[in-house]
Write a protein that binds this ligand. Structure first.
Ligand code: HEC
Ligand code: HEC
Ligand code: HEC
Ligand code: HEC
Ligand code: HEC
Ligand code: HEC
Length: 500
């Protein structure tokens, strides 16, 4: 604490304050400057409506850091000065405590008050910093600009109001520290610009779903069938609509039977384990169902997988093995175009626009984000040259450019092609990774649910008046392009772009 120079006459002989040195002076200037900018920034933070993501970093990380640096410098200067005085001038050590001295008592009081103030301020500051580091803005935009694809996808999902950290960190000190350690290493990669493009999936050390998903969706609460409606448009001249209305047997209960239906995989009675040979968990040759009540188990495997999988690579199935894209799902070009057509933002009156839009988005020639808009425009202009089409064309081009910017991130190499969605089976193997009639138990029995109707009932399909009547017993699937070869899986032809 600086001490006032005691009023001793004679300027040259008066004891000099330890703080009276250049290092402390520089420190004081830094500290005062930082304090002022901190105050100004806090004021801005509280009064600005539209938050600038960088403001938080300056307010709660940079300014306090300079404040602490300044104070530290001032103290260091005084310490060095005192050492020097004791050694060279044989001056009395003026830092000896003496409660009899009135000046010292006052000094102590002031020091105490100062410390208390600083502690309160820094508690507030670190609370704000903590919150800030946890905010979606921080995750999605500032430090993790690398995660821009996830950020854009996230804002369109059902969890757009659920914070990134609710799934990626969850509560509890251990996970917080682990996440921050991991974050620090990511920060280095980000600063050096050496992070992966695309960021790898799946996340290896994602917190177990019981700690995250199940904080909001608890298994006992799951009930009954869920209706889903899939709206498509065919790649024909008239962009014919095609809709499938389906009842998903998410959780169907029959009295006296174990909990069945799709959510059976996460039931309390049985546990599903599996082994995937690839990083993205797309190829699954082996799985085991363990009955948690009596400990018995049954193993299913494909013909070409013999032996046992390495124990450390066996994964227990949980929510994210099916819902692996709950928050930031990258729509396929096919789905994104259909969604825009359904919403009416992409015209349906241009002939073949479904096909052309998907082709425009998936051109090989697009190699950077910057050139995409021009290439898309050129592609569509070349397709639609007739005078009657010119009125609709600019709107269609703008819409396809918008869809592209929201779903394909060329420079990050991120789009649906690298981020599979495991929930269905049309564009990725999904459920058919295991439910493909190729996994058999030792007694030759196949996985129970291999009929189409064991997972869902088709209530209506087609278009127009075909959708007016609902078939409660379910319909046989009528594939829009005709009879299907049972040897082929859907994903053999459908890949999110144009069908092979
Ligand atoms: C509802 C839960 C949930 C929310 C909210 C969420 N994520 Fe994720 N995220 C996941 C899951 C689950 C995975 C792992 C997917 C896998 O392992 O297959 C994941 C994976 C990721 C990955 C790895 C690459 C990838 O796409 O698979 C990144 C990066 C990521 N999330 C960033 C974010 C950011 C940034 C936010 C907030 C803007 C966010 N996440 C919000 C559940 C969530
Ligand atoms: C903080 C609470 C919270 C957490 C954590 C959370 N969710 Fe959700 N989830 C919600 C809410 C709220 C909705 C409903 C959104 C709506 O109705 O639009 C929802 C909707 C859903 C839906 C159905 C909506 C859809 O169409 O996609 C699924 C599936 C889902 N969550 C799965 C998950 C999974 C898997 C996780 C863990 C990775 C998870 N949730 C974590 C709050 C949460
Ligand atoms: C075997 C795959 C699978 C697993 C494992 C799984 N789900 Fe689901 N879940 C589904 C399917 C399929 C649906 C139907 C909706 C769809 O197809 O998008 C669904 C629907 C849901 C819904 C939406 C219900 C509604 O009313 O809209 C929620 C919420 C949900 N699941 C949460 C979870 C949570 C939490 C877990 C983990 C405890 C979990 N699921 C595990 C496949 C799974
Ligand atoms: C193991 C369970 C399971 C089996 C077996 C199954 N499906 Fe599905 N199917 C699903 C799920 C889950 C979805 C929903 C995906 C989603 O939420 O996007 C789905 C979606 C669909 C869709 C709508 C896809 C879209 O994008 O329009 C069709 C059509 C369909 N299934 C047909 C079939 C047919 C035909 C069979 C039999 C050959 C079959 N399914 C067998 C689980 C299954
Ligand atoms: C990791 C492998 C695996 C994946 C992926 C998987 N399942 Fe299963 N599923 C199983 C196993 C194993 C059984 C039980 C087989 C048995 O005991 O006969 C099962 C059983 C079922 C059942 C019957 C449950 C009952 O009522 O007894 C349904 C329905 C089902 N799965 C739907 C789905 C859907 C929908 C998906 C995709 C969203 C999916 N499964 C993905 C392994 C898997
Ligand atoms: C032999 C290749 C092939 C197989 C296998 C196949 N499809 Fe298709 N599918 C097509 C073609 C071609 C079209 C027509 C394309 C169009 O008009 O857009 C189509 C159209 C569709 C459409 C409507 C339009 C769209 O683009 O989404 C749905 C839905 C669909 N198929 C679902 C499935 C499902 C579910 C399976 C598996 C049970 C499946 N298909 C298997 C080739 C195939």
């Amino acid at each position: 604490m600086p001490e006032k120079t005691p009023a001793v006459p004679g300027p040259a002989t008066g004891p000099r304050s330890n703080y009276n040195n250049w290092i402390s002076a520089i420190g004081a200037v830094i500290a005062i400057g930082a304090l002022f900018s901190f105050a100004l920034l806090v004021w801005m933070d509280f009064t600005q409506g539209e938050k600038n993501p960088y403001l938080g970093i300056f307010t709660y990380l940079v300014a306090p850091a300079f404040l602490v640096l300044g104070l530290g410098l001032a103290a260091f200067g005084a310490w060095a000065q005192r050492r020097w005085m004791i050694r060279h001038a044989h001056a009395p050590d003026r830092w000896r405590l003496d409660f009899h001295s009135r000046a010292q008592r006052r000094g102590m009081l002031a020091l105490g008050a100062g410390c208390l103030g600083f502690v309160i301020l820094s508690a507030f500051g670190s609370y704000q910093t903590y919150h800030y580091a946890e905010s979606n803005e921080f995750c999605g935009r500032v430090c993790h600009e690398a995660m821009n694809p996830e950020w854009v996808a996230y804002q369109q999902g059902a969890h757009a109001r659920v914070d990134c950290v609710e799934c990626h960190i969850g509560s509890g000190a251990r996970w917080f520290i682990e996440a921050k350690l991991n974050g620090a290493h990511q920060l280095v990669a980000y600063t050096l610009d050496s992070y992966q493009r695309p960021i790898a999936t799946p996340v290896k050390n994602l917190r177990p779903a019981q700690h995250t998903c199940e904080q909001c969706h608890w298994p006992e609460k799951f009930a009954g069938n869920v209706e889903l409606v899939f709206d498509h448009f065919l790649s024909d001249k008239r962009n014919t609509p095609y809709t499938a209305r389906m009842l998903m047997h998410v959780n169907t209960r029959t009295p006296g039977h174990p909990m069945g239906g799709i959510h059976w995989h996460v039931s309390q009675e049985e546990r599903v384990e599996y082994f995937a040979t690839d990083e993205k968990r797309q190829v699954i040759p082996w799985m085991r169902v363990v009955n948690l009540k009596d400990g018995t188990s049954r193993v299913f495997r494909t013909n070409d997988f013999q032996g046992e999988p390495p124990a450390d690579r066996v994964r227990v199935m949980d929510c994210i093995d099916c819902h692996n894209r709950p928050a930031h799902s990258f729509p396929t070009a096919n789905d994104a175009v259909e969604r825009a057509m359904f919403a009416g933002s992409l015209t349906r009156s241009l002939p073949n626009i479904k096909r052309s839009a998907v082709q425009a988005m998936t051109q090989k020639e697009i190699t950077t984000d910057a050139e995409a808009p021009e290439r898309i425009a050129d592609f569509l202009r070349a397709r639609y040259r007739e005078p009657a089409q010119q009125a609709e064309l600019p709107g269609a081009i703008a819409e396809v450019q918008r869809i592209f910017s929201q779903s394909i991130f060329v420079e990050r190499k991120a789009d649906w092609r690298v981020y599979p969605n495991n929930i269905g089976h049309k564009d990725w193997p999904g459920c058919f990774r295991c439910h493909d009639d190729k996994h058999k138990a030792s007694d030759g029995r196949k996985v129970r649910a291999s009929e189409c109707s064991s997972c869902h009932t088709i209530l209506a399909q087609g278009n127009g008046s075909q959708l007016d009547l609902l078939a409660s017993k379910g319909l046989e699937f009528k594939h829009p392009s005709g009879e299907l070869d049972p040897e082929l899986t859907c994903a053999d032809c459908h890949n999110g772009g144009l069908q092979k």
